[in-house]
Design a protein around this ligand. Structure first.
Ligand code: F6R
Length: 369
């Protein structure tokens, strides 16, 4: 039940820190990861995996994109993310050294189920990341790693998303440990980062009022753009999807580096653009590049809302609003920066008087192809 919240979605956003903490529970100890759920796949098989293909739809696919950055970096295995409904029609190159990881909150999405069956018949190993105990997709897979977000009722996925990312990061660290691609010290460092996320996320939830104010100001907006780079890119896509499905506003997410290859032509005075800003401490040095993107769009009249790390002063001269997130290592920032966008989508829909739990034309699980 909603338990005093205005909607299931509001309740589920408030549960995002717990969704992460519960997905970690019993799987991390003293700086190590142990996923006994992967046993059916066999450690030798996992050590010999040459390629990972992640299949999912919608928000789950964006979680998959984040997982791909982490798994490639930590386990040094190539990872592709493919939409379930596109996957089998491209005649994918699959063998017994391919691990196909499906992600589905409901575990019933027909497109993803059909993709899993296709992968299994083609000889791949299959792992399901799923939030619903005993659902069809986990039953059709060789192994299952459950996310422990608890039942998600609102049509738009929120807490399941952060739990999916958490499960993928655990998978990346477990693979890195099996394959020896990360030292135990580095694994322990990532585990500590992951374990610190729920408390940081609780801080982010405190900024809810600022975001709902922003949303009320923007209730008449017809178009919103979202920019992000590296792990900020899937966050931008997720922010845009939420706005489409909940507030029926045209929204698009772009990789910030693509701006000058086309999308910058969309910028006209008053265009609202959310920018997910990487940390200035980021070893990849993406921060100045994104700040320069902000300058470019601001010079063309965009209204910029930056989601930036606490203390990052470089964005201040160019942003109309700054939403702050606590310090975290780059791969963990998306778990913090995505939540203001979940709140924004919900609040904008509410400001328009829409039903945030049951957007038009959508169903919680899509059981037809
Ligand atoms: C967006 C949303 C959808 C689902 C997608 C996959 O907020 O909820 O995009 O993420 O339909 O659903 P599952 O994870 O159940 O396979």
């Amino acid at each position: 039940e909603k338990g005093g919240w205005s909607s299931f979605m509001a309740k589920e956003i408030s549960e995002e820190p717990d969704a992460i903490a519960n997905t970690l529970l019993g799987r991390v100890h003293d700086g190590t990861v142990s996923l006994s759920e992967l046993d059916p796949l066999g450690a030798d098989t996992l050590a010999g995996i040459e390629r990972i293909i992640v299949i999912a739809c919608g928000t789950a696919a964006y979680a998959g994109m984040l997982g791909a950055y982490a798994i490639e970096k930590w386990a040094r295995v190539p990872v592709d993310v493919q939409l379930s409904h596109e996957f089998r029609y491209r005649e994918p190159v699959i063998g017994d050294r391919t691990l196909v990881v499906s992600i589905s909150q409901s575990g019933e999405t027909m497109d993803t189920l059909m993709a899993v069956k296709y992968a299994r018949e083609a000889g791949a190993r299959t792992l399901s990341i799923c939030n619903t105990q005993g659902a069809t997709i986990p039953r059709e897979s060789d192994a299952v790693l459950y996310t422990h977000a608890g039942p998600e009722v609102a049509v738009a996925s929120t807490k399941a998303f952060v739990a999916q990312v958490t499960a993928l990061y655990l998978l990346g660290l477990q693979l890195a440990s099996i394959r020896g691609s990360l030292s135990p010290e580095l694994i322990a460092e990532q585990v500590a980062e992951l374990a610190a996320v729920p408390a940081k996320l609780s801080e982010v939830l405190q900024s809810g009022e600022t975001i709902s104010q922003l949303a009320r100001w923007m209730a008449d907006t017809r178009s919103v753009l979202f920019l992000g780079r590296h792990v900020g890119y899937p966050v931008a896509l997720e922010g845009a999807l939420k706005l489409k499905e909940l507030a029926y506003i045209h929204a698009e997410g772009f990789a910030a580096g693509e701006l000058k290859h086309g999308p910058i032509a969309l910028i006209e005075p008053g265009q609202i653009v959310f920018v997910v800003v990487p940390s200035p401490r980021d070893p990849l040095s993406l921060h100045p590049k994104v700040v320069s993107n902000i300058q470019e769009i601001r010079a063309r009249g965009a209204r910029v809302i930056a989601i930036a790390e606490e203390g990052d002063a470089a964005v201040l001269p160019y942003a109309d609003e700054v939403i702050r997130i606590p310090l975290a290592a780059p791969l963990f920032e998306p778990l913090l920066s995505v939540v203001p966008l979940h709140i924004f989508g919900m609040e904008l829909a509410a400001a328009k008087g829409l039903d945030v739990d049951q957007p038009r034309n959508l169903a919680k699980s899509v059981t037809v192809e």
